[in-house]
Design a binder for this molecule. Structure first.
Ligand code: MG
Ligand code: MG
Length: 269
């Protein structure tokens, strides 16, 4: 487990914020008829224009800048030329490298209007991310984060993906410790100042079981039902979680009120 100095956390924050701005750009473009390949092109250009490097392209030979996962796709979907249609959901996960440090966060967007069932899945998944973040306090353990997410999601009866987890973040995209979205209180590594995590619940409307698509990348739900994914990057500073990424650019683009304004902003703002 690598604990970071404040100067390093600032660099991760720079990268995370560039991802946030990229996701904000995506929010403006997503509508029925557009393709994920088009979104990928815009995102890549934007990141390069900001003198950063797309963090996923070439990572384990992943072919694109964005992971785009539509409906029953959970994560790691490859951008393609199939147009989005009204009622779809699209999870966009984006990574950048800036000054040697990664940012990595994700949001699940609605394409037009979605069913109330899917709307509730999105709300609960996003809420579970904050519930998990709230458990990231000094001397808690990694299992406390997963336990908090699991306890919250259980109330809704959704499936929590087990095989894929959150992670440490820094000079590497995936660092120790792994951060499962389930777990037991008081179990796992102790959370210390300087720890930077990517917390990322992946929640399925139906079964928790998943499959790997034949493309070798895309994770899909076993029952074909939709899945949601929200990810933030968080550092522990002075004993408290400080959010390094933000959904505010997305909310601004969508014209909706931010629910992050008063959260976790005491250190950097
Ligand atoms: Mg990610
Ligand atoms: Mg991640």
């Amino acid at each position: 487990m690598i604990l970071k100095e404040i100067e390093e956390i600032k660099k991760i924050r720079e990268s995370a914020q560039l991802v946030s701005k990229t996701l904000g750009l995506m929010a403006k473009e997503i509508k029925p008829g557009i393709t994920s390949l088009f979104l990928d092109k815009i995102a890549e250009e934007f990141i390069l224009d900001n003198n950063a490097i797309p963090g996923f392209k070439g990572y384990n030979d992943f072919p694109n800048t964005l992971c785009v996962s539509v409906n029953n796709q959970v994560v790691h979907g490859i951008p393609c030329d199939k147009p989005l249609i009204e009622g779809d959901i699209i999870s966009i996960d984006c990574g950048v490298i800036n000054e040697g440090y990664y940012g990595d966060h994700a949001y699940t967007f609605k394409v037009g209007e979605v069913s109330s069932e899917i709307d509730q899945l999105l709300d609960a998944t996003k809420n579970s991310l904050y519930v998990g973040m709230d458990a990231m306090i000094e001397n808690n353990r990694i299992g406390d984060i997963g336990n908090a997410i699991e306890s919250y999601i259980k109330l809704h009866g959704y499936g929590i993906v087990r095989e894929l987890v959150g992670h440490g973040l820094g000079e590497n995209l995936h660092e120790e410790p792994e951060v499962p979205n389930y777990g037991r209180k008081g179990v796992g590594k102790i959370i210390k100042n300087g720890l930077v995590l990517a917390i990322e619940p992946m929640i399925n409307l139906g079964t928790q079981k998943i499959n790997l698509d034949e493309d070798g990348w895309t994770i899909v739900t076993l029952d074909g039902l939709p899945s949601a994914h929200f990810e933030h990057n968080i550092a522990l500073i002075d004993g408290k979680p400080e959010i390094l990424s933000t959904f505010d650019y997305i909310y601004e683009a969508l014209g909706i009120d931010s629910d992050e304004e008063n959260r976790f902003k005491n250190f950097f703002n």
